[in-house]
Design a protein around this ligand. Structure first.
Ligand code: SLL
Length: 154
């Protein structure tokens, strides 16, 4: 497959986490007693854009305290929803559509459950939703021709 010389194609996306503390009086059923939060880790398009024309699969590698800690998501939404008590680094591996001939790329995200610092009332436990997300652009340098067609809607 011939590469399109001298061309780079950028595609934006967002990845990150959102965490919600449980109401202590209203925890989900079957949830381990030490879990304090529900959280999601995700990779998605900007403004809900479908990115599955270039992104085929996302593998999220969770902390070893989780059962089946390597989670492969084969179609959108590319996300994992879990409950837990602790923060950790999540490895995110992006697999591109087969036409791309591209190797997977790895990203890391620090799962955030706890807000930073004290609030106006001073240091105490704060219970609020924590969103931690990053805008990224993937760069496909000199994509192969079939992938270039896909990327540019040709
Ligand atoms: C810490 N380095 O010690 C981190 C590890 C692990 C988080 C956090 C529960 C898993 C489960 C969970 O939240 N693990 O019970 O399935 O803070």
């Amino acid at each position: 497959n011939k590469r399109v010389r001298g061309v780079s194609v950028f595609r934006p996306f967002v990845f990150g986490s959102i965490a919600h503390p449980f109401d202590p009086d209203n925890k989900p059923p079957n949830c381990p007693p030490d879990h304090t939060h529900r959280w999601e880790i995700f990779v998605k398009g900007i403004n809900g854009e479908d990115i599955s024309y270039w992104l085929k699969k996302v593998q999220f590698k969770l902390h070893e305290t989780y059962a089946h800690n390597v989670r492969s998501i084969e179609q959108p939404p590319f996300e994992v929803s879990e409950t837990g008590w602790g923060e950790f680094e999540i490895q995110i591996k992006l697999y591109f559509v087969p036409e791309s001939n591209e190797k997977p790329q790895t990203l890391w995200h620090s799962l955030k459950l706890h807000p930073y610092g004290p609030d106006a009332e001073g240091m105490k436990e704060r219970r609020e939703t924590v969103i931690s997300q990053n805008y990224e652009e993937i760069i496909f340098n000199e994509p192969v021709e079939p992938f270039y067609e896909i990327l540019t809607g040709g």
